[in-house]
Design a binder for this molecule. Structure first.
Ligand code: CP3
Length: 353
């Protein structure tokens, strides 16, 4: 089962996979659905499997990564798997001191704030991501005709963790650095775009069927600042994947005002949070690209009648776009009842396309 990196993968016929058809802007046989953070704490089988293993160790254990990635596919019948990993994995394996603290998120030992700090950042070598590409090899053998999505954190979102030293509400040190020391800022983002594109290219070479670039915190920026300080670096990442032959999804939270710029950065599919209707989002993203989203993850805590009417509204808005992949507007919240997620998948699949 454990095939060496680089050998030809199992033959999978994904031509009619609904997720990939929708991402190409074709009409799928059914409306595809998957959930950001579908693998994780909402699932009791995940909590059982993770017990006693640190998050980053789990991400670097191919067998465990494969099994955790498969759990929501088996349980919910979603139309895509997303590799179980984290945006800080490539930083960690490259040797940047970062840890994931339960209940908090990524914490960085020595925050990056000066030109010398940026100079010291290591590059990512391909052999450092072997645990991840080995996990992908295991997954391709398990998944059959379910597509596998690889992902990475975008340069801005990674930079925020590195500069702030951990999660941040206001990103004030990040915004200060971009203005006060623009040459340090652009050097840092160029380094991060190298790490991110190396990580994504390795995943594509290992066989993932699509990639998602998570710029989760880009919505903290004005469009003007996004275009000046972030877009060129995300465009470098997405540009290096332009010929990879897999759809590139570009997602952030609170990005209603940035959708046009995020599409221009080189997205094939634009991820949308719950704050803006999908048809409006699709127009802002240029009017030609499929969109992915956008059920508010908190709605899953309401009575199912309310969940159902929100799903139907989103499906109707999605029909007025160049293509729709149903998803949440951000990740599954840890306290979510997984049975509600399964019912949402069934409901989405029952909708006429
Ligand atoms: O979607 C999936 O199922 C794939 C798994 C996935 C994880 N992290 C696993 C994880 C993905 C796609 C991510 C990406 C990620 N990580 C992002 C971008 C997506 C987003 O949510 O905006 C960001 C910002 C991070 C950084 C990060 N890592 C945070 C904020 C946290 C949560 C901290 C906490 O404990 O509340 C993590 C840890 C993390 N990443 C967990 C999981 C399942 C929880 C760790 C655990 O189970 O102990």
């Amino acid at each position: 089962l454990h095939r060496p990196t680089g050998s030809p993968g199992p033959r999978r016929d994904l031509r009619s996979a609904p997720f990939l058809a929708a991402a190409r802007g074709e009409r799928p046989s059914r409306l595809p659905v998957w959930f950001m953070r579908q693998a994780g704490r909402s699932l009791p089988e995940y909590r059982a499997l993770r017990a006693g293993t640190e998050m980053l160790q789990a991400c670097l254990d191919p067998g465990l990564t494969c099994e955790i990635t498969m759990q929501p596919v088996r349980r919910h019948g979603v139309d895509a798997a997303i590799l179980f990993s984290d945006i800080v994995v490539p930083l960690y394996v490259a040797g940047i001191g970062v840890d994931i603290v339960p209940g908090t998120g990524p914490m960085v030992g020595h925050p990056v704030r000066t030109a010398a700090d940026v100079e010291r950042l290591p590059q990512l070598d391909l052999e450092q991501v072997t645990p991840v590409t080995d996990a992908i090899a295991l997954l391709l053998a398990e998944l059959g005709e379910t597509p596998l999505i690889g992902f990475a954190g975008a340069p801005f979102t990674l930079a925020s963790y590195l500069i702030e030293g951990g999660p941040s509400r206001n990103h004030e040190r990040t915004k200060a650095l971009m203005r006060s020391a623009p040459e340090v800022w652009h050097a840092l983002l160029a380094r991060l775009s190298d790490i991110t594109s190396t990580f994504l290219q390795a995943q594509v070479a290992a066989g993932v069927d699509a990639v998602q670039l998570f710029d989760s915190w880009a919505g903290a920026l004005s469009e003007r600042d996004y275009r000046e300080f972030v877009l060129p670096h995300s465009a470098a990442v997405l540009g290096r994947l332009a010929d990879a032959g897999v759809p590139r999804i570009h997602f952030g939270v609170g990005t209603g005002e940035l959708l046009g710029a995020m599409a221009e950065a080189g997205a094939d599919v634009v991820g949308v949070d719950w704050r803006i209707p999908l048809d409006v989002a699709a127009r802002r993203a240029g009017g030609t690209r499929p969109v992915q989203g956008n059920l508010d993850p908190a709605v899953l805590f309401a009575d199912f009648g309310s969940v159902e009417s929100e799903v139907r509204r989103i499906v109707a808005e999605g029909r007025r776009t160049p293509g729709h992949v149903f998803n949440l507007g951000h990740g599954v919240l840890p306290e979510t009842d997984p049975d509600v997620l399964t019912r949402v998948v069934e409901l989405v699949h029952d909708q006429p396309v």
